[in-house]
Design a protein around this ligand. Structure first.
Ligand code: ADP
Ligand code: NI
Length: 214
């Protein structure tokens, strides 16, 4: 199979299976990450196939909702079926295992430029107006409240808060979203992240203004 056919086949499969996903890892998220990866790669000029296929497969089985290595295992089966060679499969699986943010004390550097690009594209989708929307969708999916003034805003317990219905949507800004700008890998990613970060700060300012006036 040609590389382009593998990409098309993968996109088609995920478009069908993730159309109605309800936790914010739906097809439209995958599509935005795919598009932004292509955009970032215009500047970086890394291996196109790895970038596109890793973007399409990056959320195949998210760690918060599945077993730790379920994502890379599923991706391996999928790519083997399409006849991709072992070296490229290994590269994509490594990206999938490293991509996720698992709290500020567990930052694992992405090894390759292809991985850095897809990680930036995925992080961009957690920022700005879309990031805010996804945070509230995920919180609703897990049954978390919007905000609870009796809980101190901090970055602790991220893993527990993400898997369970502990914590609040607003706390998620402090445990993850506001930290991402300084973790971006590429220059273009950093620039886009700055703008989205500023928008989230503005949003929080308005949120607390309204909350405290009520
Ligand atoms: P991504 O798909 O961008 O890697 P995640 O899988 O970590 O992001 O999470 C999917 C979406 O749900 C993201 O926009 C993220 O910010 C949000 N999210 C993740 N964990 C939490 C949480 N504990 N509370 C609220 N929202 C969360
Ligand atoms: Ni994602």
């Amino acid at each position: 199979m040609l590389d382009q056919e593998i990409i098309d086949e993968t996109a088609k499969f995920f478009r069908q299976t993730l159309e109605k996903e309800g936790s914010g890892h739906d097809w439209q998220h995958i599509k935005r990450v795919w598009n932004n990866s292509i955009l970032l790669n215009k500047e970086e000029k890394a291996d196109n196939f790895i970038v596109e296929i890793a973007a399409l497969l990056h959320d195949i089985a998210d760690w918060k909702l599945h077993e730790e290595k379920a994502g890379s295992a599923k991706a391996e089966i999928w790519l083997k079926e399409l006849g991709v060679d072992g070296e490229r499969i290994g590269h994509v699986c490594d990206i999938i295992e490293t991509i996720s943010f698992k709290g500020k004390d567990a930052i694992k550097p992405m090894k390759t430029i292809e991985g850095k690009i897809v990680q930036d594209a995925d992080r961009l989708d957690a920022l700005g107006a879309i990031g805010i929307a996804r945070c509230f969708v995920y919180s609703g999916y897990k049954g978390k409240p919007i905000y609870d003034p009796s809980i101190t805003l901090d970055s602790k317990n991220y893993i527990e808060n993400s898997r369970s219905n502990q914590g609040t949507a607003i706390n998620h800004f402090y445990e993850k979203l506001l930290l991402l700008k300084d973790l971006m890998n590429t220059q273009t990613g950093k620039k886009i992240a700055e703008e989205r970060h500023a928008f989230m700060e503005e949003y929080l300012k308005q949120f607390f203004k309204e909350w405290n006036a009520a």
